[in-house]
Design a protein around this ligand. Structure first.
Ligand code: FAD
Ligand code: PYC
Length: 415
């Protein structure tokens, strides 16, 4: 859908009364080939790739609210692929490569900005871990470099590199192709493209249960009645465990609040993403000028989309330790999302013990960056009934086999 300048002007002065919605608002039909529960980025991307790559268009994406208002619309938009272990590096790099052409593919400006992601090291241990990770990334053909303090000073002039700090910065690693994107544009771009291929997007329709008959998923119970399905795919992030329990599938996941905040808009001052594990805070500057920041998840399991005050205070203290120049800046707002955390901090993507029931979850604090890759491999799995090579290591059965993919050192957020 393209708008001419004249149409834009007409809509601007006409109160947007003639603006066409970017996707339809259909009533749910009684049956679909595939029902996807969860209209976040991952669910919408899955629907798009099912229709686009596999020709499966009899698909509904059902969300309990408006699409994209879960973690997709609450996250701090860091995109990178600098994970240590081969399976994760391959999966996240596949996603990053898709990001690089996604605005063009969806004909939707995702404001994807490859401004680089810099992670700071404050201890010898952190430095050694980063050196090891950079080496592993290079072996996997993924861009990544160590930065000296001089290089860091030139790149981030306002960063406090004083030796007098509680924990002086010792060095850093950078992924130049990493960066940020506009979070809700990702949901909207996939929604519009999926809708155009015939996918029904059903909003404000909570799913209360998955219907299982003789060991096979046959549909879902929703606020708008039962919907039959040939296949059911659940992509519900922090709410996945309760939903999957209705089908008798127990997931090794705990749900925690993860909070973030933004400052008032400032003149351009930071043209990269800074991540910092020990003095714990990460920060980037949005195109509007706001600083977007966050840090640790809450330490207790909860569904309260607030986040606790001490995490907030510690995040701000860490930010000011890194950037004392910001001490008089005001915060604009704060919020939280509910993240789904697995024991090895890696996602679960694949079939379940219930036939025709698929799950994609466990992205925890780091799934935004993976959205295109996740949707791509999940669509393959649903379409073919078997995992793609990229998501085969991420099956639910890895927890029974002990084949964990421990990415705790590469997580952006402490756990
Ligand atoms: P969601 O976007 O949460 O979508 C799930 C959808 O399921 C929701 O829309 C919800 O309404 C729906 N749903 C749930 N239950 C039901 C039901 N019963 N019936 C119908 N619908 C249902 N990741 C990064 O890579 N980089 C970051 O910088 C980053 N920062 C983050 C900062 C914060 C504060 C948070 C909270 C998360 C952050 N993440 C980050 C993680 C990232 O946001 C998530 O991993 C990712 O967005 C998950 O996408 P999703 O589509 O699986 O989930
Ligand atoms: O996974 O890179 C990440 C991240 C940054 C902030 C929250 N998660």
């Amino acid at each position: 859908m393209r708008y001419s300048a004249a149409a834009l002007l007409r809509n601007a002065i006409g109160g947007q009364r003639h603006w066409r919605p970017a996707w339809r608002f259909p009533r749910p039909r009684t049956r679909y080939d595939v029902v996807i529960v969860g209209g976040g980025g991952h669910g919408l991307a899955t629907a798009y790739y099912l229709a686009k790559r596999h020709g499966i268009r009899d698909v509904a994406v059902i969300d309990k609210g408006p699409i994209g208002l879960g973690n997709t619309g609450r996250n701090t938009t860091v995109v990178r692929s600098n994970y240590l272990l081969d399976p994760s590096a391959a999966l996240y790099e596949h996603a990053l490569k898709l990001w690089e052409g996604l605005s063009q593919e969806l004909n939707f400006n995702l404001m994807f900005s490859q401004r680089g992601v810099v992670a700071l090291a404050f201890t010898r241990h952190e430095l050694t871990e980063m050196e090891r990770r950079v080496g592993a990334l290079k072996l996997n053909g993924i861009d990544s470099e160590m930065l000296t303090l001089d290089e860091l000073r030139r790149r981030v002039p306002l960063l406090n590199l004083s030796r007098e700090l509680r924990y002086p910065v010792l060095g850093a690693m950078v992924q130049p192709r990493g960066g940020n994107a506009r979070h809700d544009a990702l949901a909207w771009g996939y929604a519009r493209a999926a809708d155009a291929l015939g996918v029904d997007i059903i909003q404000s329709c909570p799913v209360s249960a998955i219907r299982v008959e003789r060991g096979r998923a046959v549909g879902v119970e929703t606020a708008q009645g039962c919907i039959e399905a040939g296949r059911v795919a659940v992509v519900a992030a922090g709410h996945v465990t309760t939903l999957m329990e209705t089908a008798g599938v127990h997931l090794p996941i705990q749900s925690y609040p993860l909070q973030a905040m933004v400052s008032e808009p400032l003149k351009p001052m930071l043209d990269t993403v800074i991540m910092s594990g020990l003095v714990h805070c990460y920060v980037s500057q949005s195109d509007k000028g706001e600083l977007v920041l966050g840090a640790a998840r809450d330490s207790y399991v909860s569904y309260a989309q607030r986040g606790s005050a001490h995490i907030n205070a510690a995040t701000i203290a860490a930010l000011l330790e890194l950037f004392p120049v910001l001490s008089r800046v005001r915060l604009l707002r704060q919020w939280a999302g509910i993240v789904d955390v697995t024991p090895d901090l890696s996602p679960i993507i694949g079939p379940t013990e219930v036939r025709e029931l698929y799950v994609n979850c466990g992205w925890g604090t780091g799934g935004f960056k993976a959205t295109p890759g996740s949707g791509w491999v999940f669509a393959h799995t649903i379409a073919t009934g078997a995992a793609h090579a990229l998501n085969a290591p991420f099956g639910l059965e890895r927890f029974a086999r002990g084949a964990l993919i421990d990415e705790s050192a590469a997580a952006g957020v402490s756990h």
